[in-house]
Ligand binder design. Structure first.
Ligand SMILES: Cc1cc2nc3c(=O)[nH]c(=O)nc-3n(C[C@H](O)[C@H](O)[C@H](O)COP(=O)(O)O)c2cc1C
Length: 184
């Protein structure tokens, strides 16, 4: 069974992006085994504590290594990547072993795709920045800048988050393409 690890770029309890990830999980259905990365306890990147890796870092690395693919669902903060997500990716981008001349990281060569729920921008800013960053980190990006979802205004006002048929259709295409890439 294809294993997909969801990384949600928000710590918010009622995060729209976590709800987006759940929706995607539904679209993947029985075709994938989906898990969610818990990285709330990760320390800030600090090279003074890099080796040996803190337990929280070892845990997120193990979860990434066990997955066939990574699906990032992220909000947009000031047109860019939320700090918590950037901190996680910085940790994951670092070599597993000190002074490794090959600088092998948990992310290198891992297949990844991007979605984002935000305001009117549909997370275009963060998706663009993230696409560049993930390629810089030598990940295999599937689906380019991915799929953006503009959150319905009622949800921002405390009402339920609703996805339009067009948004669902785009996410379905992304899910099918990602699964195909992971299975090939
Ligand atoms: C610090 C900060 C900056 C934000 N900047 C943007 C932005 O540039 N563009 C945008 O569409 N939304 C922006 N937002 C709104 C978030 O996209 C919105 O709150 C989103 O629902 C957060 O995702 P979440 O529900 O998964 O936590 C910002 C929110 C915060 C807290």
């Amino acid at each position: 069974m294809t294993r997909i690890l969801m990384i949600v770029g928000s710590m918010r309890r009622d995060s729209f992006n976590r709800q987006l990830a759940r929706e995607i999980e539904g679209l993947l259905g029985a075709r994938a085994e989906v898990s969610y990365l818990d990285y709330a306890a990760l320390p800030y990147m600090n090279q003074d504590i890099e080796f040996p890796a803190p337990a929280e870092v070892a845990q997120v690395r193990a979860a990434v290594q066990a997955a066939d693919g990574i699906w990032i669902c992220t909000p947009e903060y000031n047109s860019g990547i939320p700090g918590v997500l950037k901190n996680l990716l910085d940790w994951l981008s670092r070599p597993l072993v000190a002074n490794d001349p090959e600088r092998v990281s948990a992310l290198r060569g891992k297949r990844v795709t991007i979605s984002g729920a935000a305001g009117r921008s549909a997370a275009a800013g963060v998706r663009g920045s993230l696409a560049k960053l993930l390629e810089f980190m030598q990940m295999r990006l599937i689906g380019g800048e991915g799929v953006g979802v503009s959150v319905n205004p009622e949800a921002f006002a405390g009402g339920p988050l609703r996805f339009t048929p067009e948004q669902i259709a785009a996410l379905r295409v992304q899910a099918d393409a990602f699964l195909e890439a992971l299975e090939s």
